[in-house]
Design a binder for this molecule. Structure first.
Ligand SMILES: [Zn+2]
Length: 210
């Protein structure tokens, strides 16, 4: 079942009723705020107070008075507080999950509110480990710029290490090739027959095919 919403009129009646009680309890008088009553400020007896209370309550005159209004105002307020307000706040604040939808995203640090998701993303970053824009200090930002530039120029410690390794590898490869070639050549000179090579004899060269 849905609860009827209190009207502005309901609120006004409730306020007038409670102010009247407060005034009598504090001073024993009745000083109408509203000119339409055309009443003077008067000292009230208990009977006069009760009589005025009945008028404000409303039933006696058949119109809707505080008798109908108060439950809409008081219970409605309770329903709103339970459903809409932050239970951990002493002042009227949106529940956090509602605040995010209604207000957008509020930064804890600078209190800025972002209604647009993309704008919030720019301020907060996309992950929890990122620093909000308002908390980034200039020194850290310049350091990041320098780091980004060194990556662009391939000038980080990592790049230098990779370049040194490449150079050492190229040297080692070249040396291994040279050593292998020299060893092969030496073997070929020692055992030419095993490798299908033959050394030309001086006579064979001289005599030709005979
Ligand atoms: Zn911020």
């Amino acid at each position: 079942m849905k609860m009827a919403r209190a009207s502005k009129d309901d609120l006004d009646r409730m306020i007038a009723f409670m102010q009247f009680i407060e005034e009598f309890m504090d001073y024993g008088t009745h000083t109408p705020q509203n000119d339409e009553y055309e009443e003077e400020s008067i000292e009230l007896t208990d009977e006069g107070f009760a009589e005025r209370l009945r008028e404000l309550w409303g039933r006696r005159f058949g119109h809707h008075g505080v008798d109908i209004a108060w439950s809409r105002v008081v219970f409605g307020c309770g329903v709103l507080i339970d459903n809409v307000c932050d239970p951990n706040a002493d002042t009227l604040e949106w529940k956090p999950e509602l605040a995010a939808k209604i207000e957008g995203w509020r930064c804890f640090h600078c209190d800025q509110v972002f209604g647009d998701r993309d704008a919030a993303l720019v301020h907060f970053g996309g992950s929890e480990i990122q620093t909000p824009a308002c908390k980034i200090d200039a020194v850290a930002f310049r350091d990041l710029e320098r780091l980004a530039a060194s990556y662009v120029n391939e000038d980080t410690e990592l790049h230098k290490e990779v370049a040194a390794l490449r150079s050492r590898l190229a040297d080692a490869t070249r040396r291994a090739e040279e050593d292998g070639y020299a060893r092969g050549l030496a073997d070929a000179k020692k055992h030419p027959g095993e490798l299908g090579l033959c050394v030309a004899e001086p006579e064979q060269v001289k005599g030709g095919a005979s």
